[in-house]
Design a protein around this ligand. Structure first.
Ligand code: AMP
Ligand code: ZN
Ligand code: FE
Ligand code: FE
Length: 293
């Protein structure tokens, strides 16, 4: 069974609408795909319908922007109760913080002589519900200022860049408590990719596991072979689930095709069992879901 547990649609910063993403996942030969848009559950309903039609398993997820000891940490949250107020309130704060700093970033770009307006931004990212730096990057591409998102981040948007403005993110330990209350399952995304490598050592993972963390995304293109081996050993010692995924963003991030990294069925089983143990009201859609149930 081919399982990819981390993808983005155009509801956040991917380029395919949720239904198209799910169809692309089926066409790519995946049997289970998780939709994990940044900080929102808004794409779930469309993805669920498309998954039933395409006959593919769909895991409802979110990639939540958090921080731990001043480092940004992305937390994958699977199968939480989307109606849980404690979770949705915090997601709303994150989305508001993300969108709230965009005008300041556009103003900085205009000070640099780039005609970056809110109208142009809206036109460059249709369907999007969580406006962030990737959309500003797409605008810079559209304006011909840079060739692609990577160049936009490297020259203007990354932390410390000339158009960077800080924003709100959730406290990781607080978010783990909210996830547990919402009966979801939490997995740290690409822990040793950009940003968080220094703070997330084995002791930190131990602290997070005590706070309810279920797993570590080990097989991700941001991790080289040595990092994967060390992360796998840490996961084993702490009895954490090991996942692998593409972090696909459609055309928004090159080199991350659907299924380029995958999760073993027994590890997905552990996530589903844990969700069921929490009484998560919905687990998996589609025929593959029935098989795994
Ligand atoms: P934001 O949450 O608005 O600060 O935007 C952060 C998001 O931008 C991350 O979650 C990534 O999806 C994306 N991102 C960060 N760095 C890069 C990069 N160098 N190239 C392309 N996308 C990036
Ligand atoms: Zn993203
Ligand atoms: Fe991420
Ligand atoms: Fe991601």
């Amino acid at each position: 069974m081919t399982i990819d547990l981390h993808t983005h649609s155009s509801v956040s910063d991917g380029t395919e609408p949720p239904a198209a993403l799910v169809r692309a996942a089926a066409a790519a030969g995946l049997e289970v795909v998780a939709l994990t848009d940044h900080d929102t559950t808004a794409g779930w309903d469309e993805a669920v319908v498309a998954a039933e039609e395409a006959g593919i398993g769909l895991v409802r997820g979110i990639e939540v922007s958090t921080h731990f000891r001043d480092a940004g940490v992305h937390l994958l949250v699977y199968l939480p109760d989307a109606t849980d107020a404690g979770l949705q309130d915090e997601l709303a704060r994150i989305v508001a913080g993300r969108a709230g700093r965009v005008p300041a970033m556009l103003a900085r770009l205009r000070e640099l002589g780039i005609p970056a307006t809110e109208e142009a931004l809206a036109a460059a990212s249709p369907g999007n519900q969580v406006t962030g730096r990737p959309h500003v990057a797409d605008l810079l591409v559209r304006l011909g200022v840079v060739a692609d998102r990577d160049e936009a981040f490297a020259r203007y948007l990354s932390d410390g860049g000339p158009a960077y403005v800080d924003r709100y993110s959730a406290d990781l330990l607080d978010m783990l408590a909210r996830v547990e209350a919402a009966r979801g399952v939490a997995v740290v995304a690409h822990p040793w990719g950009r940003g968080s490598a220094d703070v997330l050592d084995e002791a930190a993972f131990g602290t997070l596991a005590d706070a309810g963390l279920a797993g570590i995304e080990v097989d991700h293109l941001d991790h080289d072979a040595a990092a994967r081996a060390r992360l796998r050993a840490i996961a084993h010692r702490l009895d954490l689930v090991v996942t692998g995924s593409s972090d696909h963003h459609g055309a928004g991030k090159t080199g991350h095709p659907l299924g380029v990294e995958t999760t073993a069925p027994d590890q997905l089983r552990r996530i589903l069992d844990r969700a069921a143990a929490f009484g998560s009201p919905t687990t998996l859609a589609g025929p593959a879901g029935k098989e795994l149930r």
